[in-house]
Design a binder for this molecule. Structure first.
Ligand code: ADP
Ligand code: MG
Length: 492
């Protein structure tokens, strides 16, 4: 376990709600990107006809034996390395016993006492404030099947396609203090698991499911009793569910009722959480080591081999953007929200230098257009080399920033258009010709004698008014720097 207690305390004071402090811990199930199941060779492909992807092992037929999927273990190692955890060189699979129709074995294979990934942390920013959430563990386990409630015939069916799908359950310490922090944590973890390619992150399909454990307490008191909100599969519902749950718990306590430990479900329709069952204790599951599976041994050499195959992580990449390109930390963090955004940035900078201009364009105009049209950056109609060319023209003072936006619109709708040709045909070339500019300034000065007089009397604002007039007279195409210099010269 990492000892980051000091870091957790470095964050600002917890916000109180009606005098109560909110305490949240997360258990996240990340479905691993493997082709086959954790203990069998059946496919994990999503969306197949019910019960077409469950083999003897998944169906728990007598005598079928589980065999560990090497790729699932590799995913666990990758996650452990990404989160600064200890990757155990020996961990144990256990049987977690419970009855449910979608669990034919009558137990789930999971890890209990000795998980494969131990400790570690997830760090992110709340605005400009750093926040660290400590991890307890991440353990490998198999998913259960799914009950399909066919209301129209009044029956339920069982689909065992999902039975045996590999999961990593990632458990935090109760370190979060608001629904906003919880969502920020979940987003950061989601970014990391997709970045290192252990999970596709598809929340609709259930590849990344969060359980939020929520309690409230008066500051300084011991932890309150928690209720666990199950299977939150969107960031929006996550926040709504936690906010509702917090209000509900405070109301109970204020009315003199005790909170009972329970598992609850969030209903997006009503926006409420509802009790599903009172929570079992670990003892209820009668965990014991699975006699069918030997201890999971991970040699240090394997860990080193995986380490060498790891991509640069978002935090390291952001640091590099600051030191290599001289970007502000905010830009660097924003640009490393996804690998696609980061590589678009780097490809554009390779094409034109101008890191800060590229950053401004990516975070500003380009993101705005992508959002507007709901397009992911990997499907951006404008290629990095085109944006680089556009920025090159701006940096050289050939076109203004505003003309750049006009150009971006043009190549956005017709990406085959040549930028230099467009500059000509659209008449976007900035007037850099100082003779032409001087002539223009003379005209403006003659027409605005009052502003000139005001400026000479010491009114700085009058200067801006004159620049504005000159810009207008050039139809926005004067080079602003040059214009300012020439005007200063004329007036002095
Ligand atoms: P269990 O074994 O019953 O699942 P754990 O002790 O492993 O319980 O905790 C599960 C999750 O609940 C962890 O993420 C932990 O941080 C969180 N948690 C524990 N106690 C509290 C509490 N009082 N309030 C909020 N979250 C809590
Ligand atoms: Mg648990």
């Amino acid at each position: 376990m990492t000892n980051s207690a000091t870091k957790t305390q470095s964050t600002t004071k917890s916000p109180l709600i009606q005098g109560y402090e909110v305490v949240i811990g997360f258990e996240t199930h990340a479905q691993l990107l493997t082709n086959s199941k954790i203990f069998s060779r059946a496919s994990t492909h999503f969306g197949a006809e019910p019960n077409t992807q469950a083999c003897a092992v998944d169906l728990a037929l007598p005598g079928a034996l589980p065999v560990m999927n090497r790729r699932a273990v590799e995913c666990a190692i990758r996650l452990g390395l990404a989160l600064g955890s200890h990757v155990a060189n020996r961990s144990i699979f256990a049987r977690k016993n419970y009855f449910y129709p979608d669990l034919p074995k009558g137990y789930q294979i999971s890890q209990f006492e000795i998980p494969v990934v131990q400790g570690g942390e997830v760090s992110f920013f709340m605005g400009t404030t750093p926040k660290t959430v400590r991890l307890v563990r991440a353990h490998l386990e198999e998913d259960a099947g799914k009950s399909l409630h066919e209301d129209f015939i009044g029956m339920s069916g069982i689909d065992l396609n999902r039975a045996g799908t590999p999961l990593l359950e990632i458990v935090t310490e109760p370190d979060m203090r608001s629904s906003l922090e919880a969502v920020a944590y979940a987003k950061e973890l989601h970014k990391i698991v997709t970045w290192i390619q252990v999970c596709d992150g598809n929340m609709q399909e259930g590849s990344f499911r969060c359980d939020a454990n929520v309690s409230v307490r008066k500051p300084g008191e011991a932890l309150g009793t928690r209720r666990e909100i199950k299977n939150l599969n969107s960031f929006k519902f996550m926040q709504q569910a936690i906010d509702y749950e917090v209000r509900w718990q405070i109301e109970q306590l204020e009315e003199g009722r005790a909170i009972e430990q329970a598992t609850v479900l969030f209903d997006p329709e009503s926006g409420e959480t509802r009790s599903m069952r009172t929570k079992e204790d670990a003892a209820d599951y009668r965990y014991f080591p699975d006699p069918d599976l030997p201890p999971l041994i991970i040699a240090p050499e394997w860990i080193e081999e995986v380490r060498r195959s790891m991509p640069e992580l978002p935090r390291a990449m952001a640091d590099r953007f600051v030191s290599n390109y001289g970007l502000p930390a905010y830009d660097a963090t924003t640009l490393t929200q996804s690998q696609q955004m980061a590589s678009f940035f780097e490809a554009t900078v390779r094409g034109c230098g101008q890191a800060k201009l590229v950053s401004n364009w990516l975070m500003g105009e380009l993101s705005r257009k992508l959002n507007e049209e709901n397009i992911e950056i990997e499907h951006c109609p404008v290629a990095p080399n085109q944006l680089a060319e556009l920025i090159t023209h701006i940096a050289a003072g050939e076109i203004s920033n505003n003309s750049g936006k006009v150009l971006l619109d043009a190549i956005w709708s017709d990406p085959k258009d040549e930028i230099s040709a467009l500059i000509e045909t659209k008449g976007l070339k900035q007037v850099n010709d100082s003779e032409a500019l001087e002539k223009l300034i003379d005209e403006v000065l003659a027409a605005n004698a009052e502003n000139v007089a005001q400026f000479k009397a010491g009114k700085e604002k009058a200067f801006n008014a004159l620049i504005g007039q000159a810009m207008k007279a050039s139809k926005g195409q004067a080079n602003p720097q040059q214009l300012t210099e020439l005007l200063k010269k004329k007036l002095s």
